[in-house]
Structures are given as C-alpha cells and as structure tokens.
Design a protein around this ligand. Sequence first.
Ligand code: AHG
Ligand code: MN
Ligand code: MN
Ligand code: MN
Length: 335
Amino acid sequence: HEADAMRTDLMTLTRYVLNEQSKHPESTGDYTILLAHIVLGCKFVCSAVNKAGLASLVGLAGDTNIQGEEQKKMDVLSNEVFVKALVSSHRTCILVSEEDEEATFVDPALRGRYCVVFDPLDGSSNIDCGVSIGTIFGIYMVDDPNNISLNDVLQPGKNMVAAGYCMYGSSCTLVLSSGNGVNGFTLDPSLGEFILTHPDIKIPPKGKIYSVNEGNAKNWDNPTAKYVEKCKYPTDGPPKSLRYIGSMVADIHRTLLYGGIFLYPADQKNPNGKLRVLYEVFPMSFLIEKAGGQAFTGKIRALDLIPEHIHARSPVFLGSCDDVEELKELYAAEK
Ligand code: AHG
Ligand code: MN
Ligand code: MN
Ligand code: MN
C-alpha cells in the first residue's frame, strides 16, 4: 500500500523544505519564505507559457493585442514578476537578473539577508515555437543587509547557499539543491503545488549523449574540437548521440537525468563563450556537482570562478563525472 500512501501523503516542496529546515534549530524560516516567492514566480511563468488566460496573452512578442496594447515580451514580463515577488518577500537585499543591466538594491525597509541571481526566462529562441524553456536561480546570503555592496554577489559559485531551475516543458518541473542533494518537484496543476517526484537525483557517472551547438564548430579551440570528434568517432566503443535543444535548462535537465555532457565552449568570436556566470553557469554547475557530476571552464572548476561583473560570461562544460574528466584531460594536454 505504499503507492496509496504516496497518493494521500503529498510531499510538497514547501513541506520538504520545512522538514529540512527543522533539522537546523538555528533556522528562521526565512529561506522557506524566500522559496515560496520564487515558486510563485515559476507558477506564473508556467501559466503564461501555457497561454492560460489566452485573451490577454495570445500573440507573439511585439504584437498588439485586442485592447491595442503592446504585448510585453515573455522574458520582460517574467522578469517583472520575479523582481516584484522577490522584493515583496522581504527576504532579499540584492537582485541580479539577466534582463536588468544593473543590480537591484532592495529598499532598506524591505530587506532581508538573501541575494538572488536569476535568468527569468531561459531559452528565448524557443519561446515562440513551444519548445521547453525555463527559469534559473542562484541564492547567496549576506551577514548584514544594511551593509551590502556588489561584491556580495560577485562571489564564486561555491559560496551559493542554494540553486535551482524550473523547466516549462511537457510538465513543469522544479529542480532544487539547498546545499545537500538535488531534488525534483513536478507541478500538479490541479493542486497548484510542486510535489516531490525526483528525490535525491544523482547524475549517471558516464553518459551516452553530448550536447553542443555544432554550428559554431569552425571557431572552436583544439580541445573542444578533439573532444567532439571523439564523441563521434570513438576508438573504444560506440559513438555518443547528439541532443541539443538550445534551452540551457532543458539541456541540463536531460543531462542530470540521463547523463552525458553539455558544452558551451569559447570560440574565436566569443572568447568567453555565451553563458553568463552568475545566473546560468553557477546555478547549473552547483546542481550538477551536488548530483555527483563535474563542471569545468576549460581552465578551472566552474564554481571557483569569480565573476568580474554581474553579466560576465564563461565557457562551461558540465555533466557526468567521467565524461567531463575526459574533456579535462584534453585541456590539460593542450597546456
Ligand atoms: P537566454 O534565452 O536566457 O538569453 O539564454 C540563452 C542561452 C541558453 O539557454 C542556451 O543554452 C544558449 O543560449 C543557446 O545558445 P545558441 O543559440 O548559441 O546555441
Ligand atoms: Mn539563459
Ligand atoms: Mn533569459
Ligand atoms: Mn537573453
């Protein structure tokens, strides 16, 4: 009757986090409240992506709706929702979003101890054709919210206290690590609750998939080119399959569950690659490491990077431990 118990004893995300927090007598409940506000943002974006409330949302970005109003681009709309939810949680002091050039310093009267860095809508090229997109977030903590500066977020990713993403796909899935272990929750739309469906995710030690935008191959450096060549023409086993969605959230979600490697390398035109350190590279590297994988920049462990500015970029290679190890050896041999 275990299945029966599962059906009637629902482990919601809130309940899960409360349970975890109760193991730490010093915890204040602030983290639970912060997460509830992030979850609200995710539910809003999920509903918007599914075109709930069609009348006001239908139409592509830039179009004009029936009321003659300009449609807000989905990424701009999502950003507004997250910023407002995070500020009104009264638990944040600094926000960094892909969509805002400058960091937001929360009004001192509304401040709390958390800094949240986020990509409100990831995979923008996939929005208008219904392919999976997502939200990515990372969380830092400060000692004194009355004495903060940008340096509180220009911190190596290993200093994050939590990170996660929500994927708006065939179902809405939120994957979270609060520092130990990685858990996946699926939104039950009839309840409006995220239910624990993927407890303690561990990435397979080796995978059969590589994931990279091969259209950039002519500009790759040697180690990346060699690695991808080995994926296609291995001397010691079957070739790997290629899967590339072009939404980091979806590509990383598959990598976490099935194993393999995701690459966004540097190239001659983009010496720092494309992905942003604070709100793309760090949260994903945090999750991959907590699930037993590795994340590498081509030079160092990704979580050791110190971003020079809030929108700084870095090449990144992340995934199954053995696959990333193989790539690291190629970079080491290049030196
Ligand atoms: P965003 O939509 O938030 O700007 O991020 C886009 C990123 C990421 O989702 C994806 O991994 C990458 O862009 C894809 O880039 P290419 O189109 O260059 O492959
Ligand atoms: Mn992105
Ligand atoms: Mn984005
Ligand atoms: Mn973008």
